[in-house]
Design a protein around this ligand. Structure first.
Ligand code: ADP
Length: 337
């Protein structure tokens, strides 16, 4: 159901890969996190050891995978990619960890979805580079210790609140990625446009940035849709791509004026019209729009809260006056006055 924020097919994934910055210097925005990571990498290099374990949290598409790749690239270490849902038993993790080469960077995406039994194994692995493998059952069960090569774990999660404290505490460095400012996204679009050979005036780049929900992945995706549109229709004016071309292209993809997509609008609509502005629980809201509550919380709600459309209260989510205005529905308080 999610169009703009998730990678679509293989071609799209390949382009996404090609647009990934390979160094911290090329990585746009997130200045504080970049500075902290640079220090961490420099310290590891000077002391000739594997960098500390790193936890990155934040909504999809903000650069967590990219940063993991940069950590590997900048420290000259190989990278192994895995994900929480792929680790459903402690055995899956044991196989993964015991096959790492010395100093390898292990990226585990959606680490909050890893099996509980594997989580416990990971504690010891992160701390002592050692795991205990259980053999046998019941009274005859014994554990066989296994030494691992030192590695750097980079964990990514859209929901850091779901990580058990003992796991979170074992990361030497944790960073939360924030949504990007329009100026930063404009730089992402500028960089990608140059790489894709699309010639766009500044106003067109700014329009794409403004409608990208603070998310570089979406900025790149919208840029490609605009490029497709230009390939098929040509640009509207003889002097090149104008704002109208960009707007026409984005309209085709259900991206509204401020970058909200269908799911964002469905959630707002349910909250404002069906639940009369709330408060309403997240579970109820996700059932109403037919989407997993995990997605609603980490993707939709986090952005709508950030732009001040939704408020979180102890009794549930409420619609803010800005949400009414955007939908063109009169605010109840306004009607009373
Ligand atoms: P996540 O792992 O958080 O879902 P990714 O690291 O896969 O996000 O990033 C998605 C896309 O957005 C990548 O193709 C990458 O090129 C681009 N991107 C993300 N962050 C940045 C950034 N800071 N600067 C430039 N491009 C970025």
């Amino acid at each position: 159901a999610r169009d703009a924020a998730e990678p679509a097919d293989e071609t799209e994934l390949a382009i996404e890969g090609a647009l990934r910055p390979m160094s911290l210097a090329e990585f746009v925005g997130q200045q504080k996190v970049r500075g902290q990571l640079q220090l961490l990498l420099d310290a590891a290099r000077i002391q000739e050891r594997a960098p500390d374990h790193i936890l990155l949290s934040g909504p999809p598409g903000l650069g967590k995978t990219t940063l993991a790749m940069i950590v590997a690239h900048e420290s000259g270490r190989p990278l192994r990619l895995s994900s929480g849902p792929a680790i459903q038993h402690a055995g899956d993790l044991a196989a993964l960890l015991s096959s790492l080469t010395p100093g390898e960077v292990l990226f585990i995406d959606e680490i909050h979805r890893m099996a509980r039994s594997a989580e416990e194994m990971l504690y010891l692995a992160m701390e002592d580079f050692r795991i205990d493998i259980m053999v046998g059952k019941g009274a005859g069960a014994t554990s066989i210790p296994l030494d691992l090569s030192p590695f750097t774990l980079v964990g990514a999660t859209t929901r850091s609140g779901l990580l058990p404290n003992p796991l979170r505490d074992r990361f030497g460095f944790t960073a939360h990625l924030e949504y990007y400012e329009p100026e930063e996204l404009e730089r992402v679009v500028e960089r990608s446009a140059a790489m894709l050979n699309v010639d766009l005036p500044r106003s067109a780049r700014a329009e794409i940035a403004r409608r990208s929900r603070g998310t570089p992945r979406i900025a790149n995706r919208l840029l490609r849709r605009v490029r497709d549109y230009i390939v098929v229709h040509g640009s509207a004016s003889s002097s090149g791509v104008d704002l109208g071309t960009v707007r026409a292209a984005l309209e085709l993809y259900d991206v509204d004026d401020i970058g909200l997509d269908r799911l964002d609008r469905a959630v707002l609509d349910a909250l404002v019209r069906r639940f009369r502005g709330g408060p309403v629980g997240l579970g109820t809201l996700s059932v109403a729009v037919g989407e997993e509550s995990d997605t609603i919380e980490s993707v939709v709600e986090s952005y709508l809260v950030r732009i001040g459309f939704i408020g979180r209260t102890p009794r549930g989510r409420i619609a803010m006056p800005e949400a009414y205005a955007h939908l063109g529905v009169p605010h109840p308080d306004g009607a009373l006055r």
